[in-house]
Each structure stands twice: as C-alpha cells, then as structure tokens.
Design a binder for this molecule. Structure first.
Ligand SMILES: [Zn+2]
Length: 509
C-alpha cells in the first residue's frame, strides 16, 4: 500500500512543501529513495532504519520505495528523516494512514530515535498558516514554530513519541508561550545613543536616516566613533510590527540562526570588508543557497565599515538590493528571490592611509590613491545615499556633554515617520518613507515653500547641485520638516539638507 506524509525543505528563506510517498511491496528487502536527493538524504536511509528499530517499531523486512516529490526540487539536509519514517510506518500499517494526511512533520532522526532540531521551522509554520494542517516539530523548536498564529503546532521528543501522537495515543508538547509573546524585550540588545559623546552632526544624521529611511555615509578618521554610531541606528528605528517581526524571524530561522523568540529589534549586520560576495549578498555552491548579510539585514541596518575596501564584486552586487529590496540568486538546481530591504550605512576613512582629514592632517597618500579611494563607491551606490557626513575628532569639552538618549530621539523618529506615512497614504502613492519618493514626483508635487525653492533653484543654477543632488536634498528636507512637525519644508530645512549631503566631503556630488 502507498502512504503519504508531508514535510518541507528551505529554499533560500522560504519553505517548500515536500510530499513523501512510501510503498511497501514484495521483493528483496531494501529501501529505495526516489527523487533528487543529496548525500544527506541517502545517509538518512540508515538513520531512519536505526531510529525505527530503536523505537520499539518494526522495520518492514521487504522492498520499500520512498518518493520525495516534487522530484525536480533538489532536496538537502536531514529535516525529512522523521517524515520518511512516518510514511514507512503508515505504509506498513503500523499507524493509520489517514492520521498522516493533514500533518506536516519536520525533524532529523538520531540513530537512537531521538528527534533533533532543524533550521526553518518558523518559515514552515508561516507557509502552513491558515491551511488547517498540523505541524509537528522537534520539541526544542516548538516555541519558535508556535510564534506563528493560525497554525496548530506540536513538539515531539522522539520517533516513538511522534508515532504515538499519530496513533492518537499521546499528545504533542504545546508551545510554552502564546503567539507574539517575547522572550527578549524590544531594544534590549541595542546600545544607547547617550553613550556617544560629541558628534552632534553625525547624531543628527542618524536621526534623519531613521526618520526618513535614508541611507547614510560617514567619513572620518579611524577611531572617531563611526561604528559606535552605526550600531545605535536600529534603536532609533521603530520596533518591528507583528507581521514584519514574523517575516524577519522566519528569515533568521531559515538561515539556521537562533533568535530566542520573536525578533522585535531591527536587525544589524556588519560584514567585514574581506567578506566574500556569497556571504554579503548570498549564494553558494550546489543546491545549497546561503543567505547573505543583505538578507539577514532585511528590515534593519547593513553597516559596511571601511566601505571602499570591499571588493568591487560585492559593491557592484549591492546595486540590485538597493534598487529592488531583493536579491535574486540563480543556481543550476534552484532559483530563489530573497528579501533584502535594509538601511545602508557606509563608513570610510578620508583616504587609504586614514590620516587625510582635520587640522593636522598628515596624509601620505598620492592624489591618485585618494581619487581612486573616493571613487570606489561613486555612481549607483552613492547615488542612493542621501546623507553624507564628515566626522571630526571631538574636542575635549564636547566629550563631557551628555547626549540625548535613544528613547528621546526614537520618539521624534516615530512621530516623523507617522507624519510621512500619513502624507504618502493620503497621496495614494505606494511608498511610505521619504527616501523612497522618486525625484520627479517630489519636484512636481512636493516642492518646498517659496524661499526653500529659491535656495534650491539658485544652488542648481550655479552648478552647486546636480539634478540628482537636488532630489536628494529635497527628500532630506521633507524628513527634516517631518521631524519638526511642519507641513512643508522651508528654507532652513533645505539649507540643513544641503549641509547633510556633505558638499565638502570627497564624495560630494
Ligand atoms: Zn591619506
């Protein structure tokens, strides 16, 4: 007879359902696995058999055929073990076949029959949401799977426990917490802005970046606090709402990273400049798609310290996520589109030697070296960076000044975001943040007031601003107006926005 059980594999960050069909027939004893399966699944033959025999169950001493469908999808990993065992048990009448029809089973089997953790339970639960089907996962994962509402989730300890649950002789372990409850409170892991002394202009730029969704570049001597500042940006952004928190948690779960519950903080990723394109953008060999830092930074912050030192490959590959909020990874066996919508923060030294800035600059770089360094980021990437600030070493006097706390600044950011969101919703446009507003739309429909428009026009007329530069200034001016609760940017906002695009920095454009 043929029995079925369903399971799932992760492709990119999404769960794809796998139907497992088992047939116990007549013939020489042995298990044949049909369907494209890699080495791990061939090994699972031995694990499944050993687990069954250690669980007080009977391994059918005849010919067994197991098909993993769809056959075209390359399947990896050991998450299908438990479902394969269930299908074989159902095909050999050791559990009622109808009990497995509406159940999705995830878990790796140990040789002794224990069920071990697998990545991707949150993504799998999300895929099953509202389907009416039950999801059984390793007991260590039941709390994570239980974060997703509208799915019946249960934890199983061992194959024997799983079979008892499917026979109706035992109950699975329920999630120990209600959906959406948090084990970590929002903001708990993010350092406070009050710890950063001085750097008022850069602090202001961080606030503007958080309020308008703008990308930010910081240029300054090594050790002036660029990393300290960047790490504090997620704390200024609003906590992730329910749906976004689930989306981000599912991504991290699919990547095999522990989140200790629902992720409420916008994530922060800071790959090193020697990192490969596949670790920053995603990719990898064979059927295994590795999730890159751009996807782990989805709905959060991607920080590239010493940005001009990143390889040309990596910098070029950033264009796609910056334009579309997604990365498309194509491999022979699998295609995946991964989400990658993040706030970009670039940091750079003023020049390759790192000393070419400030009053006592002792730069040893040649003009050629300086130019090559500054142009490494130019063009498509820097065009999308609205805010560019220079950081000087703070004076001794400034170091004593206590800065505003994250909570105070985050409250202004929240109010400004609400204002912008209400405006764009009322206008019937698809974007919700100022940074996403296209230049032509802003120029035609959302000009600043008369004096602001005059300042913008004269800067453009004397070639102090390019058209793209003027668009960036206008976007930032709207965020500055939103932060002050004003209906329209005025001359002060335009002037401040011009200062925030860093005319004097080597990256001015
Ligand atoms: Zn130098």
């Amino acid at each position: 007879m043929v029995a079925r059980c369903s399971s799932a594999v992760i492709v990119g960050v999404d769960a794809r359902e796998i139907i497992i069909e088992a047939e116990v027939g007549t013939g020489l004893p042995g298990l044949t696995l049909v369907g494209l399966a890699d080495a791990a699944i061939r090994e699972s033959r031995d694990r499944v058999r050993s687990a069954v025999e250690h669980s007080g169950l009977t391994w059918p001493d005849t010919r067994i055929t197991v098909a993993l469908l769809p056959a075209s999808l390359r399947k990896r990993g050991s998450a299908l073990d438990a479902a394969i065992a269930v299908a074989v048990m159902a095909a050999s009448d050791q559990i009622p076949a109808q009990m497995t029809v509406n159940t999705c089973v995830l878990g790796e089997l140990g040789l002794d029959g224990r069920i071990h953790s697998v990545p991707g339970v949150v993504a799998t639960a999300l895929a099953l949401r509202g389907s009416g089907r039950r999801l059984l996962v390793p007991v260590s994962e039941v709390d994570d799977a239980g974060l997703v509402p509208d799915v019946a989730v249960g934890g199983v300890r061992s194959l024997a426990h799983l079979i008892d649950v499917l026979r109706g002789d035992a109950v699975p372990v329920p999630p120990g917490q209600a959906p959406y409850s948090e084990r970590r409170s929002a903001g708990a892991g993010i350092p406070d802005l009050a710890d950063v002394r001085g750097q008022s202009e850069a602090r202001r730029a961080l606030e503007v970046a958080a309020a308008g969704g703008h990308h930010l570049a910081m240029i300054g001597l090594p050790g002036v606090g660029k990393t300290l500042l960047a790490e504090r940006l997620p704390g200024l952004m609003p906590p992730l709402d329910d749906e976004t928190a689930l989306e981000v948690t599912a991504i991290w779960s699919a990547a095999g990273m522990s989140t200790e519950g629902l992720l409420r903080e916008p994530p922060f990723q800071s790959p090193h400049h020697t990192a490969s394109a596949s670790s920053v953008i995603g990719g990898g060999q064979g059927g295994h798609l590795r999730v890159g830092a751009v996807t782990l930074a989805h709905r959060g912050v991607l920080f590239l310290d010493e940005a001009p030192e990143f390889s040309r490959n990596v910098l070029d590959a950033l264009r796609q996520p910056l334009e579309s909020g997604r990365v498309r990874l194509a491999r022979a066996e699998a295609n995946a589109v991964l989400p990658a919508r993040f706030s970009l923060v670039l940091a750079a030294n003023p020049c390759p030697c790192g000393r070419g800035m400030g009053v006592d600059a002792r730069c040893s770089c040649t003009p050629m070296q300086r130019r090559r360094y500054a142009t490494k980021l130019s063009g498509p990437i820097l065009d999308r960076v609205d805010l560019r600030v220079g950081l000087e070493r703070p004076h001794l006097a400034q170091l004593g000044e206590p800065g505003e706390s994250t909570a105070v600044v985050a409250e202004r950011v929240r109010a400004a975001r609400e204002r912008a969101c209400a405006r764009w919703t009322q206008d019937g446009v698809p974007w919700r943040q100022n940074a996403s507003a296209p230049g032509p739309y802003l120029r035609e429909r959302c000009p600043p007031d008369e004096s602001g428009a005059y300042l913008l026009r004269t800067a453009f007329a004397r070639s102090a601003l390019s058209m793209r530069g003027a668009d960036r200034v206008l976007r930032t001016a709207w965020t500055l107006a939103d932060l002050e609760g004003r209906d329209r940017p005025g001359v002060d906002h335009v002037a401040a926005a011009m200062a925030l695009r860093g005319e004097e920095s080597p990256w001015a454009a």
